[in-house]
Structure formats: C-alpha cells, structure tokens
Write a protein that binds this ligand. Structure first.
Ligand SMILES: Nc1ncnc2c1ncn2[C@@H]1O[C@H](COP(=O)(O)OP(=O)(O)OP(=O)(O)O)[C@@H](O)[C@H]1O
Ligand SMILES: [Mg+2]
Length: 363
C-alpha cells in the first residue's frame, strides 16, 4: 500500500523507482555504495526493497540509534542486533554461519542468534567470519549503515569499512545519508590521511517526485482505498507537499483516515506535518548547542524571505546587537547547507522542503 507510513519493503508498494532500484542492485557487486537523498526521499525504502529483491543476506545498522561518538560497546551491540535480525530473516543461513561465528572470541551461540561480548569481541572479527562464510557459500553479504553521518565521530568504523573494502571481497557495504554534506565530511574520501582516501564510491541519488509523478502517486494511492479525488484537489495537495515521497505518504495516510478531502483538510494536514517538522528542527538545534541560537536566526530569516547572504548577516547582527565577521556568517551557512536543510544558489539561500520552511516560521 502506497500510504503505509513505514519504509517500504516490497517492490509492489514502491512507486516509480525502477531505475534507482536497478542501479542499486547492480551496485551491490561493488564494495561500497552510497544512497543519498533529502529526508523522506525514500532511502531506507530503496535499501530494503533492493536488498529483498537481490535476495542476499543483509544486516542493517541504524545509526540513528547510536550516539554521534559511539563507544565500542555501542558498536558491538548494534552489530549484534543487526546480525540477529539477519539470521532471523534468513533462517536457512543460520545452521552454517553459526559455525563460523562460534570461533570468535567472546561470541556465544544461542538457539537462533548470537550474543557478542563488548569486552572481548571485535567488529572486525565478526566481519571477517561473515566474509569467510560468504566466500565458502559463493555469495555476498551486505552490511548497511542507515544514516551513516549520525556516527561521524566513529573513526574506527571508517577504518573497519576501509579494511572491508580492501580485503573482504564477499561483503558489500552500503551507507545512506540525508545530511549529504555531513556524510561526505565523515567519509573524508579526499583526505590522504583518512582511512577511505581515494576509494571509489558508487553513488545513487534519490530525487523527489516530479509534479506529474506526485499527482499520479496520490491518485494510485487513493485508488487503493477506493477514494477518487478530483484532479483539482490532487493538484492543490501537491502544491503544498511538493514531490517529497514521505510527505505525500503522510498526507495520503491522514487523508484516507478522514475519508473526505477538501482544501481545508489539506491545509490542516499541512499544518500537522509542519508541527512534526518543527519538532525535528528543535531536536536538530538542541544538538547544535552553542550555535543553536544563530542557526535559529538564520532559519527564521530565510523562512521570512530574507534569503540573501547580506540579509542573513543583518538578521544575525540585529539578533546579537553587534557586528559579525563575514567568515562567521559564511561558515554558519556552509554548515547548514551540509545538513541539506537549505541549499544555496547564486548567493541565495532557500529551504529544500516547503514543510520545513513553514515550520521554521514557527520557531
Ligand atoms: N517510491 C515510494 N513509493 C511509495 N512510498 C514511498 C516511496 N518512497 C518513500 N515512500 C514512503 O515515504 C516515507 C519515507 O520513506 P523512507 O523512510 O524510505 O525515506 P528516507 O529517505 O529513509 O527517510 P528518512 O530521511 O526520514 O530516513 C515512508 O513512509 C515510505 O513508505
Ligand atoms: Mg531512512
């Protein structure tokens, strides 16, 4: 069903991503693939649908569950979760893969799954044995880190990925990221001193739906619920939610629950979405601590139409009651662009998402 709010897992529910799906599945023979796209563009869905289609065993590590600087214990427990979910999903591999895992120090084999000691087990030995299993069984295992930029403080993970890239031929790594600038910063591909320096990355970028696709997506989604909205209403909804798959899904789910569709109801759902976005911005600011006040001023400035560099500088100076160096303003803006909340074109800063923009007005 198109309006199911969870990430999609099957191709049947995944609208219009054949090209990206094929690209992703082809890329799984490479050591390292990146799936990039703004929030709610469908990265996790592409990952899950693609991995299910490829019929390869996979383990997923959701980096949103981890702190920015995860400890060894955090990492081992995340691996344990990912591994156990993999063997539960791919039960037939368990009987053979457990024999590889059991030789690792600190690993305890359970009925279906394993427990890893965070003092004795190392992530690299787990990867090594998974690789040995995959090699002996003539297959590949995919290890995916969803929202990898979230753990940009974890230097050892980069070393682990580089080592896997170079030596573990039967493992493919996939990283997804919505804060694209931060993801590139975390990978440090161009830094000769960084573990992943010079490695080739296969990149897949998820774009938003076009206006026509968004209208068709809504139309098909409503049809699945036997609702036949007018073209005019669908166009109005797409004016508000644009082509962002996650927001269109949110809208569709809310609208089918209410069973009637009018401009007023679309506006109401738009406001509900904005409140959710507002919570996300507040969380984002909370993590920025010292700079939070400045980021808030910038977001409010852009949301109110003061979108040029000089206008943003003036907003910041008015808020602080003092002159600011140009470099300070430029750096703040650069960092915000890296989070993919805003984008820059010819010295003009705008939001990537109209709902985030509406939410920023409420800050
Ligand atoms: N092509 C699609 N067809 C149908 N539904 C989709 C499609 N793409 C995304 N969705 C829906 O949009 C929502 C967001 O998708 P998903 O979680 O995969 O995106 P994401 O980019 O991983 O988001 P986030 O940045 O929040 O992690 C989900 O409800 C998902 O089911
Ligand atoms: Mg996701």
């Amino acid at each position: 069903m198109y309006f199911d709010p969870r990430p999609k897992e099957s191709k049947r529910d995944f609208y219009n991503r054949e090209k990206e799906l094929k690209e992703f599945m082809d890329s799984l023979s490479n050591p390292l693939t990146l799936i990039l796209g703004v929030r709610r563009s469908g990265k996790t869905s592409l990952l899950l649908v693609g991995l299910n289609e490829a019929k390869l065993p996979y383990m997923i590590i959701d980096c949103r569950d981890l702190p920015i600087n995860p400890s060894k214990k955090d990492v081992i427990l995340a691996f344990e979760r990912g591994f156990n979910e993999m063997v539960k999903k791919h039960r037939k591999i368990w009987e053979s893969i457990k024999n590889y895992l059991k030789i690792i120090e600190g690993v305890k084999i359970l009925g279906l799954g394993a427990s890893f000691s965070w003092e004795k087990t190392s992530p690299s030995s787990i990867i090594s044995e998974i690789n040995n299993w995959a090699r002996d069984h003539n297959t590949r295992v995919v290890i995916a880190f969803d929202e990898f930029q979230q753990i940009r403080g974890a230097k050892e993970i980069l070393t682990l990925i580089a080592h896997t890239y170079d030596y573990k031929r039967n493992i493919s790594i996939v990283l997804t990221g919505s804060e694209m600038g931060l993801l590139y910063d975390a990978l440090r591909i161009d830094d000769p001193k960084a573990p992943l320096y010079g490695r080739y990355l296969y990149e897949i970028k998820l774009k938003n739906f076009t206006r026509e696709q968004a209208i068709e997506f809504l139309l098909l989604g409503f049809h699945q619920h036997n609702i036949k909205p007018s073209k005019r209403i669908l166009e109005y909804a797409v004016d508000r939610f644009n082509g962002i798959p996650g927001w269109l899904t949110f809208f569709g789910a809310e609208a089918t629950r209410r069973k009637t569709l009018s401009k007023e109801i679309i506006d109401e759902i738009f406001e509900k979405a904005s409140l959710q976005a507002l919570e996300e911005i507040k969380n984002f600011l909370k993590l920025r601590m010292a700079a939070a006040k400045r980021y808030k001023t910038i977001l409010k400035s852009i949301a109110s139409g003061r979108t040029r560099w000089s206008e943003i500088k003036r907003s910041l100076e008015a808020q602080e009651g003092r002159k600011l160096p140009n470099a300070t303003v430029t750096n703040l803006l650069k960092n915000l662009v890296k989070t993919s909340i805003i984008k820059e074109e010819n010295g003009n800063y705008t939001f990537m998402d109209p709902i985030i923009e509406n939410a920023a007005k409420k800050l």
